[in-house]
Write a protein that binds this ligand. Structure first.
Ligand code: MGD
Ligand code: MGD
Ligand code: SF4
Ligand code: SF4
Ligand code: SF4
Ligand code: MO
Length: 894
C-alpha cells in the first residue's frame, strides 16, 4: 500500500493501480468515455485527464499508475479547460438530439457536458460528414452521428464476444465504426448479442426494443438469472412498473462477466405476452373452460385420490421441470415421493444429459462439469465434440473465442461445420453416431505414441489395462473409415490433445443423445483421464448442461433413481434418512424414466400424469407415439405458463408464474447456485409453481409448513450434503458452486482435485463401437440428425413470442449438401418432404456445404415441420436417453 493525495484527500491505495481505479474506489468522479476495466486501455478519449503535481503535462487517469506521494487534482482549471475542449469538439462533430435520444439520462457525453456547464457546442462545423442511420439489424440501431469513436464497441465485439464484426473504417476525420466490410449491421456477421450496445457511452448504439419505453430515471433494475440456457447469465431486468423494457448484463460476475446472448438480452416478450395462461382451465367434452383455483384443485384431488385408492401410488408419474427453480423441483419430487408414494418422477434431463449423469458418475463419481465457465478462456486447447457452443451456450462460446484470441488451439469433432469449426485448427467432420470410434482411435494413438500421463494413470486411475486392450483395434485407418475422416487428422488430433499443457473438453448433445450415449460419455472421460486432464485448472471434462436449471433439477432428485444430492433410492439407509426427514414411509422401488412413462401409459400401468413445465409433444422423439400415449392417459395435469401442444391434451391446465415473477435459485452448468428474484407481481391468476404443488400435497394428505422459497432451500440444505451450506444469504452476488458442505464452506470451483468423488481413484470404462440403432438403407438412405439454432429455444413457447427472434428465424428447415440437392433436383429454399419410418414433414431446403453428403439436419424447435415426428425413440440401455441425433430418413422433391 502506498499513500497518494487526490483533490486534497489522503488515500491509501494498492501499488500498481491506475488513478482512475483508485479515484473510483474512493468515490471521486473522473469522467471517462473509452475505458473498459482490464480490457480496453486505449486512453483515446482523453476526457479523464488529471493534473499531477510536478508534471508539466495533463495525464489520462486510466493510463497513469499511482506512485507513493503522488498528488493529483482532478478538477483544476487546466483539467476543466481541457475537458471542455474535448467535449465541445465531440458534440460539435456530431448530432446530439438529447431531447429525443434514447440514451438521455444514461449518456456519458451528456453527463460530462452537464458537469462542465456546456449548453451549446462551442464550434460550428461548416458541414458534417454524411452519416446514415443503420437500421438494418433486427435488434440494434446504429447512429454514427452520435458516435464519439471511443472504440469500446469494437473491443467488446472482438475481444470479449470474439465475433470481430466491428472495426473503425476510413481515415482521419472520416473515421467511423463499420460492420464487416462496411455492410449494414443486419447483413453483417453480427449475432445481435447487444454487448456493444451495453458498453456504448452514448446513443450511437441502441436496442430497438427499448426505444420509447422509458428513460433511465423511470427504470428500476432487478437482478436475476437468465431463464434460457445453462450458462446462468446474471442479468438486470429493467422494469418500468410491471413492464420489462430492457435487459442488461451484470458486470464482474463469474458466469458471464457483463455479457449476454441475443435470447438473454432480447428474448423477454413472453413474460407479458397476451398468450400467457391466466386462469386454470378444465376440459369438458373436449373443450377447455376457465375455472377457479378451488374448482380446478378440487377436481384434480378428487381424481388423484380416487386413482391412488384404486391403483396405488405407482399408477402416477410426474415430469418435473428444468425451467423451474431448485425449490420447485425439490417440492415436485417430494410430492411424488412423500405425498403420492412413488419414484416415478423424472424430467427432460432424460432427453439431454442422462447419459452424462450415468456415465460420469460411474467413471469419476459426479456427473457434472468438472471446471468453471470463467476458466474456459485460459485453456491452451479446446476439444469440442458434439457441442455447437457459440449457438447453444453462447457466453461459453465467447470464452472459447477469448482463448483463441490468446493463441489457444481448437479441435472440433462434428458432422456439421458449425461456426466454431471455421476457426478450428483441426475440424474432424465425423459421421453422426461415430464418437466412440473417434475417441478410441485418439486413445489408440496416444498410447502408441506414449503420450499418456503415466504418473497420473498410475496414481489416480484404475482399469487402464482393459482400456488398452479395447482401443488396440482402433487403428487410425479403421477409425478413419468408420468416421469418414482422414487418418492423418486423427493422429494429429490425438497428438494435439495429449501434448497441450492444459486441455478442456467441451461436449453436449452430439455425445449424449445416442443409444450408446453413456458409453460415449465414458469414452470422453477415458481420454481426459489418460492425459491427466481432470482435477486441474483450465482442463476437465465439461458437459455443457442445457436448460437454465437442469443441473438443479437433477441435484434436487427429480430422477426416478435418486433423492436430492444423488442419494440412491436403492440404498436402504437413504430411504430411512428421508422417511425420518419427511415423516412418511417411502417407496424403495426404482421409478420409471420419462421415456418409459409413455409406454407405461399405453400398458395401463400409469393412469395419471402430472407435467410441470415440459412440452413432450414437441420435444420427445416420435411425436405420434407421444400423442397417442397422452390421449390414452386417463388423467393428465399440465402446469405451464402457456397453452402448449402438450397442455392441449391435458384434462386440467394450471397457470404458473414465470421466472420474472418468482424468487428462488437456479443451478447453472458449472454447479453454481444463483438467485432468481421476482421483478413483478404475478400475471392474472397465476400462482407460484411450488405454492400450487404444496396445495396439491395438502389435498393428498401431506402438509408442508413452507411460507416462502428460502425456507424450502433450508430444508434442501438439511437433507442434501452437497447443498449443505447453501442459503439465500450465502449465495448473494456471485452464487456458490457445489459441493458446499456447510455454512463456512467456500464452494468448489474444480472437482476431483485431490481425489475423485467416486472414491480414491477414477476408473476407465472402455467401450466398443456399436452403430446407431437405425442405419441408412435403400428406402431411407440419409442419416438424419437434429439440434438447435441460436435464435430459438426448444419448443419456442418463449422465444416464439418474440417478434425479433421470429424475424431472425421463423420456421423449420432441413439442411442438406449441395450434391445431394443436385442429385434430387432440389433447389435452395424449395419446400421438400422429409420422412422416416415414423412420419413425414414438409420443410424448406437449406442447401449448404457445411453439412456432408448423406446427412440431413433439422432444428427441432418448430411446430411446422416438427423434427420429432421423424426421430427414433430407441433408447440407450443404461441412461434410457433416446437416440435424437441419428435415424434413417429420406428427402424428396414435392
Ligand atoms: N439457442 C439455444 N440454446 C440452447 C438450447 C436451445 O434450444 N436453443 N437448448 C439448451 C439445451 S437444453 C441443451 S441440452 C443444449 C444443447 O446444446 P448442443 O448440444 O450444443 O446443441 P445441439 O444442436 O442439440 O447439438 C450439438 C451438435 O451436435 C452435433 N451432432 C449430431 N450428431 C453428432 C454426433 O454423432 N457426434 C458429434 N460429435 N456431434 C454430433 C450437431 O451437428 C450439433 O451441431 O443447448 C442449450 N442451449
Ligand atoms: N429432436 C430433438 N428433440 C429434442 C432434443 C434434440 O436435440 N433433438 N433435445 C432434447 C433436450 S436436450 C431437451 S432439454 C428437451 C427439452 O424439452 P422440454 O423441456 O419439453 O422443452 P421446453 O420447450 O423447454 O419446455 C419447457 C416448458 O416449460 C414451460 N415453462 C417455462 N417456464 C416455466 C415456469 O416457470 N413454470 C412452469 N410451470 N412452466 C414453465 C414452457 O412454457 C415450456 O412449455 O428437448 C429434447 N428434444
Ligand atoms: S451485437 Fe454482438 S456481435 Fe453484433 S456487433 Fe455488437 S457485440 Fe458484435
Ligand atoms: S458506437 Fe458507441 S461504443 Fe462504439 S465507438 Fe461509437 S460511441 Fe464508442
Ligand atoms: S448464454 Fe444462455 S444464460 Fe446467457 S444470456 Fe444467453 S441464453 Fe441466457
Ligand atoms: Mo437439454
Amino acid at each position: 500500500m502506498i499513500t497518494i493525495t487526490i483533490d486534497n484527500k489522503i488515500i491509501q491505495a494498492e501499488e500498481g493501480k491506475n488513478i482512475l481505479q483508485v479515484a473510483k474506489e474512493n468515490g471521486i468522479h473522473i469522467p471517462t468515455f473509452c475505458h473498459l476495466d482490464g480490457v480496453h486501455d486505449t486512453f483515446s478519449c482523453r476526457i479523464c485527464v488529471v493534473e499531477i503535481v510536478g508534471s508539466k503535462k495533463l495525464a489520462p487517469a486510466c493510463n497513469q499508475k499511482i506512485y507513493d506521494g503522488m498528488v493529483i487534482h482532478t478538477a483544476s482549471p487546466d483539467v476543466l479547460s481541457a475537458r471542455r475542449n474535448i467535449v465541445n469538439l465531440l458534440i460539435s462533430n456530431g448530432q446530439h438530439d438529447c431531447m429525443s435520444c434514447e440514451a438521455n439520462g444514461d449518456c456519458s457525453l451528456q453527463s460530462a457536458a452537464y458537469d462542465l456547464g456546456i449548453h451549446m457546442p462551442a464550434f460550428k462545423m461548416e458541414s458534417l460528414p454524411e452519416q446514415i442511420i443503420d437500421d438494418s439489424s433486427v435488434m440494434i440501431t446504429r447512429d454514427n452521428r452520435k458516435c464519439i469513436l471511443c472504440n469500446k464497441c469494437v473491443t467488446v465485439c472482438s475481444d470479449l464476444v470474439g465475433n470481430k464484426v466491428l472495426s473503425v473504417g476510413y481515415r482521419g476525420s472520416s473515421s467511423e465504426v463499420i460492420c464487416d466490410y462496411n455492410d449494414g449491421m443486419g447483413e453483417s456477421s453480427c449475432v445481435q448479442c447487444g454487448n456493444c450496445v451495453q458498453v456504448c457511452p452514448t446513443g450511437a448504439l441502441v436496442s430497438k426494443k427499448s426505444v420509447g419505453k422509458g428513460r433511465a430515471w423511470d427504470i428500476t433494475k432487478v437482478r436475476t438469472t437468465c431463464p434460457y440456457c445453462g450458462v446462468g447469465c446474471q442479468m438486470y431486468l429493467h422494469m418500468k412498473g410491471d413492464d420489462i423494457v430492457g435487459i442488461s448484463a451484470v458486470e464482474g460476475t463469474k458466469a458471464n462477466d457483463g455479457r449476454l446472448c441475443v435470447k438473454g438480452r432480447y428474448g423477454y416478450d413472453f413474460v407479458r405476452s397476451n398468450d400467457r395462461l391466466k386462469t386454470p382451465l378444465i376440459k369438458e367434452n373436449g373443450v377447455f373452460r376457465e375455472a377457479s383455483w378451488e374448482e380446478a384443485l378440487t377436481l384434480i384431488l378428487d381424481k388423484m385420490n380416487a386413482i391412488k385408492k384404486e391403483s396405488g401410488p405407482d399408477a402416477f408419474a410426474g415430469l418435473s421441470s428444468a425451467r423451474c427453480t431448485n425449490e420447485e423441483n425439490y417440492i415436485f419430487q417430494k410430492m411424488m415421493r412423500a405425498a403420492i408414494g412413488t419414484n416415478n418422477v423424472d424430467h427432460c434431463a432424460r432427453l439431454c444429459h442422462a447419459s452424462t449423469v450415468a456415465g460420469l458418475a460411474t467413471t469419476l463419481g459426479s456427473g457434472a462439469m468438472t471446471n468453471t465457465i470463467d476458466e474456459v478462456k485460459d485453456s491452451d486447447l479446446y476439444f469440442i465434440i458434439g457441442s455447437n457452443t457459440t449457438e447453444t451456450h453462447p457466453v461459453i462460446g465467447m470464452n472459447v473465442r477469448q482463448g483463441l484470441n490468446k493463441g489457444a488451439k481448437l479441435i472440433v469433432a462434428e458432422p456439421r461445420e458449425i461456426p466454431l469449426a471455421k476457426q478450428a485448427d483441426l475440424f474432424l467432420q465425423i459421421k453422426p453416431g461415430t464418437n466412440i470410434p473417434l475417441l478410441n482411435g485418439m486413445m489408440h494413438v496416444i498410447i502408441k505414441e506414449d503420450l499418456l500421463d503415466k504418473e497420473y494413470v498410475n496414481s489416480r486411475t484404475e482399469g487402464f489395462e482393459e482400456l488398452k486392450e479395447v482401443v488396440k483395434e482402433y487403428t487410425p485407418e479403421v477409425v478413419a473409415r468408420i468416421c469418414g475422416i482422414d487418418s492423418n487428422d486423427l493422429v494429429k488430433a490425438a497428438k494435439m490433445y495429449a501434448t497441450a499443457p492444459t486441455a478442456s473438453i467441451l461436449y453436449a448433445m452430439g455425445v449424449t443423445q445416442h443409444s450408446s450415449g453413456t458409453e460415449g460419455v465414458m469414452s470422453v472421460s477415458n481420454m481426459a483421464l489418460l492425459c491427466g486432464n481432470i482435477g486441474k485448472y483450465a482442463c476437465g471434462v465439461n458437459p455443457l448442461r442445457g436448460q437454465n436449471n437442469v443441473q438443479g433439477a437433477c441435484d434436487m432428485g427429480a430422477l426416478p433413481t435418486d433423492f436430492p444430492g444423488y442419494q440412491k433410492v436403492a440404498n436402504p439407509d437413504v430411504i430411512k434418512k428421508f422417511e425420518k426427514a419427511w415423516g412418511v414411509s417411502l417407496s424403495d422401488k426404482k421409478g420409471l424414466t420419462a421415456t418409459e412413462m409413455f409406454e407405461a401409459i399405453l400398458e395401463k400401468e400409469i393412469r395419471c400424469l402430472y407435467i410441470m413445465g415440459e412440452n413432450p409433444m414437441v420435444s420427445d422423439p416420435d411425436s405420434n407415439h407421444v400423442e397417442h400415449s397422452l390421449k390414452e392417459c386417463e388423467f393428465v395435469v399440465v402446469q405451464d405458463i402457456f397453452m402448449t401442444e402438450t397442455a392441449q391434451l391435458a384434462d386440467v391446465v394450471l397457470p404458473a408464474t414465470s421466472f420474472a415473477e418468482k424468487n428462488g435459485t437456479f443451478t447453472n452448468t458449472e454447479r453454481r447456485v444463483q438467485l432468481v428474484n421476482a421483478a413483478m407481481k404475478p400475471i392474472g391468476d397465476t400462482r407460484l409453481d411450488y405454492e400450487i404443488l404444496i396445495d396439491v400435497m395438502k389435498g393428498l394428505g401431506y402438509e408442508n409448513s413452507f411460507t416462502n422459497s428460502a425456507e424450502i432451500l433450508e430444508e434442501i440444505a438439511s437433507v442434501t450434503p452437497s447443498y449443505g451450506g447453501m442459503s439465500i444469504d450465502k449465495i448473494q452476488e456471485d452464487g456458490i458452486q457445489w459441493p458446499c458442505l456447510d455454512k463456512d464452506h467456500p464452494g468448489t470451483p474444480i472437482l476431483h482435485t485431490e481425489k475423485f468423488s467416486r472414491g480414491e481413484k477414477a476408473i476407465f470404462k472402455p467401450a466398443t463401437y456399436r452403430p446407431a440403432e437405425e442405419q441408412p438403407d435403400e428406402e431411407y438412405p440419409f442419416i438424419f440428425t437434429t439440434g438447435r439454432i441460436l435464435y430459438h429455444y426448444h419448443t419456442r413457447t418463449m422465444t416464439g413470442k418474440v417478434d425479433g427472434l421470429n424475424k431472425l428465424s421463423g420456421h423449420s428447415y432441413v439442411e442438406m449438401n449441395p450434391e445431394d440437392a443436385a442429385n434430387l433436383g432440389i433447389a435452395q429454399g424449395e419446400i421438400v418432404e422429409v420422412s422416416s419410418r415414423r412420419g413425414k414433414v414438409n420443410v424448406e431446403a437449406h442447401v449448404t456445404d457445411t453439412i456432408e453428403k448423406g446427412v440431413l439436419f433439422m432444428p427441432f424447435h418448430f411446430e411446422d415441420g416438427k423434427a420429432n415426428l421423424l426421430t427414433n425413440a430407441a433408447l440407450d440401455p443404461i441412461a434410457k436417453i433416446p437416440e435424437l441425433k441419428v435415424c434413417a430418413a429420406t428427402v424428396k422433391k414435392n
